[in-house]
Design a protein around this ligand. Sequence first.
Ligand SMILES: [Zn+2]
Length: 509
Amino acid sequence: MRFHYSTQFSHLCVKLLAFALIPALALTPVWAQPAGAPTIGAASAADLSPALERKLGEAIMEQGRRDPDYINDPDIAQYLNVMARKLAANAPGGAPEITAFGVRDSVINAFAMPGGFVGINTGLIVAAGDESELAGVLAHEIAHVVQRHIARGLTQQQQSGHLALASLAAALLAAMIPGGGANLAVGLAAFGQAAAIEQQLGFSRDAEQEADRMGFEMLRKAGFDPNGMAIMFGRLMNAASLNEGRGGGIYASTHPLSIQRMTDMQNRIRQLPLARYQASDAFWFVRAKSRVLQSTDSKAMRQAVEQMEEETRQVGADRSSLTTVRRAAAWYGVSLAALTRKDINGATKALSQAQSIMLNSPYLDLQRIDIDLANKNASAALTSAQAGLKRYPDRRAFSLRVAQALQMLGKDREVVVFLKEQVSRWPTEEPSFFQMLANSQDKLGDSVSARQSMATYYQLMGALPAAATQLQQARTMSQDFYVQSQIDVELNQITKKIHENRRLLEKLR
Ligand SMILES: [Zn+2]
């Protein structure tokens, strides 16, 4: 279990790290603060500047994207980030950039990392009873970011061990050894360590109340049901008491839940006028997909399928639309699970069931395309993917399928044109665009461009040394002076970034 190593850390290094961290970063030293400064105050947040905090977060993410538990799925990434943006837009006084991502882990948890990166475990998505419950937890985490609790915690917490941060920095450094970054399959479990840091910070009661208050406002103003927050915290409290040390217990240990917090939330809800809230269909599909993604062995998968089959039978007495979406999403999950097992027949049957109760859903369209691709029916997949992209132009998942189908048809020239359009629209969001681009460029004999595309792919995945290697190869292969000087500029930037990251991490170690 990913949290076990947090218990291995002793509490030796607290002061050492506090000293290593602050003077090295050349920021407002803590000892310059007047004695008796409040535990939560504007002054303390200056210790770890937002820019530096973001850098630290990026360094963790660079490794984290190669963590096997990092969910590299455009459906889930887009869903969580649209939700995060909607909430952050309603933060009083604005919010820094928030990047939400899914983590393949059935433990109910969410954690805010330095720099506005927020990890959401699949277990939390699966445990949520509806969209507003998930949004409630996300809003609370975003509030921790907006109120700079992580930065304050890192600079202020003097009683509990900072060893998690130091050990994470050391691990990140080790992974940066040239050549070590080339193998993307080597996972570092960076998120387990990042979550452990939050666990060690142990936000204060005041911080939790602040995050509740602000999170509640964001939730309400963004149009979600404000009851969601109280209901989800109720679930987490139950999980904590039923299942100590796991699930809700973990979330509860980073965000101490209390009757007081529940009462506060319920009081806030009571003061609101009655209103109706519209939840999106997407939640149920993302939830079903999360359930399949977190089932990493056959036993877990069997249980997931049983649960989803159970949900397909939940025909509400009123045949409400909510029940319809839930049932369709459950069939979708059954279809996903079958396709994971390469059971194309089963996948097709379950998808037909889903489509018989719900006609229009991008998730169901995507599943149909994936089944066609698995069946090597590339032309059918291409037609559907192009139609899907026309209908849902903001969904990167359709773009990926268009490129996949074109590649299967051997139309590499078209792939290159198409993907170049896509990466001008989404230059950083979808690293796999560049990997596919490199593939087609290679097939067309353009090995210099292929190396450059791979370099961008590695850069976006955070494997900077591997990116540098690709560029060096491209430079040797190229005969074109203009291309060579272009590569030199890029190589310089990467080398600079590698050094900067190393310096930062060495100071935290
Ligand atoms: Zn909290």
